[in-house]
Write a protein that binds this ligand. Structure first.
Ligand SMILES: C[S@@+](CC[C@H](N)C(=O)[O-])C[C@H]1O[C@@H](n2cnc3c(N)ncnc32)[C@H](O)[C@@H]1O
Ligand code: SF4
Length: 456
């Protein structure tokens, strides 16, 4: 266990590094035309597989903690209009991709994709899948809000082509949900899992720790209840408090957020329960069964992460995102769509890609992205291994970073990392601080005024 003073020393704001550079470094100089050129160029770059992300921004009600790009739906015809523009954007984007490429992933996120009628979701899946072949066992996944899904909906969803379904539980404690303005599952979760298992669909469950009214003991009960249900994967997100992004989060401050030590305790206890129940931890916040391909990839040091979450060498692809705020992740560029629905639709009506901002990576930044992704996913990196993977010398890789042995020694003396001339490993007790370790090597943060959430 780390001492409280070490926890305080490292519990500092740092990027989550779901992308490199982090999304708040993207610039508005990046245009839709540049994106079109980058997409055409991506056909000749690795990874070759196509990963499609579809963003559905609507929600029935807004949870106060939400850090996602979501909005309350006001008018019914807005959905129809959005979907017809989304389909046009998908056609425009997919038309630029070589037909010989294969789809490895499709992911529906939001907002709440299950806000849509199942027929609409099935149509979208068919539109994408009719254009390309898939790899064997692609991952076709959707995020679901169980608060609004009845038995008929769940049943129909299982026939729409999904291989994995994520259920947003967040907490089983109804007082916690109520304080966060969230509805609990309409159906008993056990029955939902029964329906999904009958159709051979993998089950993910999402939880958040660090919300008002949660305590170590209440969260322990929630995780114990989850373990009884035996999901294939379970994600425990650390609540990211970013009231400068989402004003609604200020309402949670009024109820009172758990202290840092209590929050850290929730994570540690949850991890212990899950370990005891046979789950292995993957990356920062995922827990999976030992035969899961994500765990096997982590053991062999080949875990990847893109905006869809963790993936393996088999499923990883360049990400082509559609819908408001969607972020495409190409071999050497990121591009994010506009947030406002009216602007999104007007740009598509104009035959333009609805790009708000993006980033073209320099050679140094592509190197840093590899280093940081390796550390964030696998908690360890070997300079010689990276050097052979990137066909560069270890010195060239270090030159793209802030590589300072005094700083690494301090991290090592504080019990955060182990390092040698060829490696850096984040120690298990310091796992939540992996992003601070990555940040310490990141030249982009020097003198930056960007805001980030704290690591715990
Ligand atoms: C788009 S939502 C999932 C789908 C659906 N809208 C729902 O709420 O069930 C994605 C996930 O992000 C997580 N999340 C949202 N806001 C968060 C925050 N501020 N900090 C950490 N995790 C958060 C939640 O666990 C949520 O399930
Ligand atoms: S957590 Fe899900 S349902 Fe709640 S506001 Fe965010 S996207 Fe919408």
């Amino acid at each position: 266990m780390l001492s409280q003073s070490i926890i305080d020393k490292y519990n500092k704001p740092a990027p989550r590094y779901t992308s490199y550079p982090p999304a708040n470094f993207f610039t508005e100089n990046f245009t839709g035309e540049e994106y079109r050129q980058m997409v055409i160029g991506s056909n000749d770059q690795d990874p070759q597989h196509i990963s499609v992300y579809i963003h559905i921004p609507f929600c029935q009600r807004l949870c106060y903690y939400c850090g996602c790009n979501s909005m309350l739906l006001r008018k019914g015809d807005q959905v129809e209009n959005y979907i017809s523009h989304l389909k046009k954007e998908i056609r425009m984007g997919l038309a630029l991709l070589d037909k010989g490429r294969k789809i490895s992933q499709i992911h529906y996120g939001g907002g709440t994709p299950t806000f849509l009628a199942v027929e609409i979701i099935r149509d979208l899946n068919e539109l994408i899948l009719s254009e390309f072949e898939c790899i064997e066992n692609p991952e076709i996944a959707i995020e679901c809000h169980p608060g609004y899904m009845d038995e008929k909906y769940w049943d129909e969803l299982t026939k729409a082509g999904f291989t994995r379904i994520s259920i947003g539980i967040q907490d089983f404690n109804t007082d916690v949900l109520k304080a966060a303005n969230r509805k609990a599952s309409l159906m008993p979760v056990k029955d939902v899992i029964g329906i999904l298992r009958d159709r051979n669909i993998s089950v993910n469950m999402d939880f958040i720790f660090g919300l008002p009214l949660q305590t170590i003991s209440s969260f322990t009960k929630t995780i114990e209840e989850a373990v009884e249900l035996k999901p294939d994967r379970l994600v425990t997100f650390s609540y990211a408090h970013v009231p400068w992004v989402n004003q609604l989060q200020k309402k949670l401050e009024k109820v009172g957020l758990p202290a840092v030590g209590e929050k850290e305790g929730m994570y540690e206890k949850a991890k212990a329960i899950l370990r005891n129940a046979g789950y292995e931890s993957v990356g920062m916040d995922h827990f999976v069964l030992p035969d899961d391909e994500l765990f096997k990839a982590q053991v062999s040091g080949e875990l990847h992460r893109n905006f869809q979450g963790y993936c393996t060498r088999r499923t990883t692809g360049q990400v082509y995102a559609f819908g408001t705020t969607g972020i495409s992740q190409l071999a050497s560029a990121y591009s994010q769509n506009v947030k406002d629905i009216a602007t999104y639709m007007a740009m598509i009506d104009n035959d333009s890609f609805p790009v708000l901002r993006g980033y073209s990576l320099s050679e140094d930044e592509c190197i840093r992205r590899e280093v940081i992704a390796q550390l964030m996913c696998n908690y360890t990196l070997r300079w010689s291994g990276l050097a052979s993977k990137l066909s560069l010398s270890a010195d060239r890789i270090k030159a793209a970073l802030i590589y300072n042995e005094d700083m690494l020694r301090e991290l090592s003396d504080d019990g955060i990392i182990y390092f040698s001339s060829d490696s850096i490993t984040v120690l298990p007790q310091a796992a939540p601080f992996v992003r601070n370790v990555a940040a310490s090597m990141d030249p982009l943060l020097v003198g930056s005024d960007k805001q980030f959430s704290k690591s715990i």
